[in-house]
Ligand binder design. Structure first.
Ligand SMILES: [Zn+2]
Length: 507
């Protein structure tokens, strides 16, 4: 945990002159918001904070009600302003928030309402560069008549807060935050990555939380409750003096229950006991987290993926499976190479019938990445990542056309998000599709060993693995002999130099 900042607009909170935490909202009379979704989003924040939410009579959004108020309507999609725009005299009318029917699911509405309460995006944190790369060039910026507004909007989605805009509190980067974007949100159509986690093991979380319909994480609640001083209020109502009473350690906070609420990995009355689990555990359905350090065939099947549909907010999530693979060469000069062998025949068998041909196999060519899933691969630590459609991998039936991935550095990582079931409405297809076999090999970095040949057919292929036994014994013996000879020469040389009194020995 480092000394970080809360990504919340500290000057636009809904705390009135009497120190009351309360938000006013009402429905726009001109348009029809999805009230059911919006009320559920309000409840998600009401349940987890001390903020009071007051619903006023419906009216127009340009009204001045004498205090700040969120005017909820349907203005195209799902969006909100950040913080209370009335509080610092920025505006003297109510502020709009859009919750379009069928255009805004609960997680998105709770995200937008988080903005209205003052939250910025997780990827806007002033210290985000320690955790993620942001590739502005992959944003979908349309150069058209509305150039200025579009460019500004797209740029803003990825922008970073200045330190003065935020509140000071130690908090880890929360890859699962309700305020964190998915890897290719607002990206160009081919799904290239805007947000790359420096640790490839965290990458899947960016898309996991939305797809799973996850709402506020522990740290989302912590930010809100500390910024709105709910923890202070609850201590008072619980009769707990913060100085002599319960202190909450390790990112815990004093909650409505009059106890410390602890983050994942900590427990006990003060969150002081470490339970040994990581900060962000590998989540259900993302259990496939494979480390490859030696060559071989790695089968992704039977590694604990499942289709458990219990307690899922979004039923749609049953169509997704997540795989993370990190291949690391054991030598600085070596690079990993991986060939992806897809269980194409198995998928074919799963369908077999004409139904499968019509609805699945024939559609692969036109199916877009959004429907079938992504294959993010490359060197995350150096922001060298590529996107491949899962459907295009399945199109490559010939072994020669199979996806070959080569690392540019010592580490090659792959994050696969399979959503093929979305096409067929059968989650077992995603499970089958995720059962790749990965053929891993390691080679010496070709750049380090320049060779020339006249005809392509003379190319002997990748250089031999220096550690592999086959065919390199002679080389190894030769190496040892040379080593011994060098050693002898060095000793002789040293003897000569020492005798001549030229070595600064003992200084
Ligand atoms: Zn947002």
């Amino acid at each position: 945990m480092s000394s970080l900042k809360l990504n919340i607009q500290s000057k636009r909170l809904w705390i009135d002159a009497n120190d009351q935490q309360q938000v006013w909202y009402y429905y726009d009379v001109q348009t029809q918001a999805d009230k059911e979704v919006f009320e559920a989003a309000v409840k998600s924040w009401a349940d987890t904070t001390c903020i009071k939410f007051n619903r006023g009579q419906p009216g127009g959004c340009t009204e001045n009600r004498g205090h700040g108020a969120v005017c909820v309507g349907s203005f195209g999609g799902c969006w909100s302003l950040v913080g209370n725009s009335y509080s610092n005299g920025w505006s003297r009318s109510s502020q709009k928030m859009s919750v379009q029917p069928n255009g805004c699911e609960l997680a998105a509405a709770a995200h937008e309402f988080g903005h209205a309460l003052g939250l910025q995006h997780e990827q806007s944190r002033p210290d985000r560069q320690e955790y993620i790369w942001v590739n502005y060039e992959n944003l979908d910026i349309k150069i058209d008549g509305q150039l200025d507004n579009n460019v500004k909007q797209a740029w803003y989605q990825a922008s970073m807060c200045e330190k003065g805009q935020t509140v000071d509190i130690p908090m880890p980067y929360d890859f699962l935050s309700i305020m964190q974007y998915g890897a290719s949100d607002f990206a160009k159509e081919d799904g290239r990555m805007v947000y790359v986690t420096r640790d490839p093991r965290s990458q899947y979380m960016l898309d996991y939380h939305r797809n799973a319909g996850m709402l506020q994480t522990h740290y989302d609640k912590l930010v809100m409750n500390v910024a709105y001083k709910c923890d202070v209020l609850w201590r008072k109502t619980c009769g707990d003096n913060g100085n002599s009473g319960t202190k909450c350690l390790n990112g815990g906070y004093f909650a409505k229950s009059c106890k410390c609420e602890c983050p994942e990995g900590y427990s006990g009355s003060d969150c002081g006991s470490k339970t040994g689990s990581p900060l962000f555990p590998v989540l259900d359905r993302a259990k496939v987290m494979v480390d490859i350090t030696s060559p071989g065939l790695y089968d992704m099947a039977d590694r604990g993926m499942n289709m458990n549909t219990e307690n899922l907010i979004l039923q749609q999530f049953v169509f997704f499976q997540f795989i993370t693979v990190v291949a690391r060469a054991n030598h600085i000069r070596k690079r990993a190479a991986i060939t992806v062998n897809q269980p194409f025949e198995q998928i074919q068998q799963t369908f077999g019938s004409s139904f499968g041909q019509v609805n699945f196999l024939n559609n692969l060519e036109i199916a877009d990445c959004q429907v079938t899933g992504f294959f993010y691969w490359g060197d995350a630590a150096h922001n060298k990542m590529r996107t491949e459609c899962v459907s295009s991998v399945y199109n490559n039936e010939l072994p020669s056309e199979r996806l070959h991935l080569r690392g540019r550095n010592q580490t090659l990582s792959i994050t696969v998000i399979c959503a093929l079931g979305k096409m067929s409405k059968d989650p077992s297809v995603s499970l089958k599709a995720a059962e790749f076999k990965l053929d891993a090999t390691f080679h010496i970095n070709p750049k380090m060993q320049l060779r020339t040949f006249q005809n392509p057919s003379d190319d002997p292929g990748p250089l031999a693995d220096p550690d592999s036994a086959s065919g390199s014994n002679a080389g190894k013996i030769a190496g040892i002999v040379i080593g011994v000879l060098l050693g002898v020469a060095l000793i002789v040389g040293l003897g000569v130099a020492w005798k001549m009194g030229k070595l600064p020995i003992g200084k």
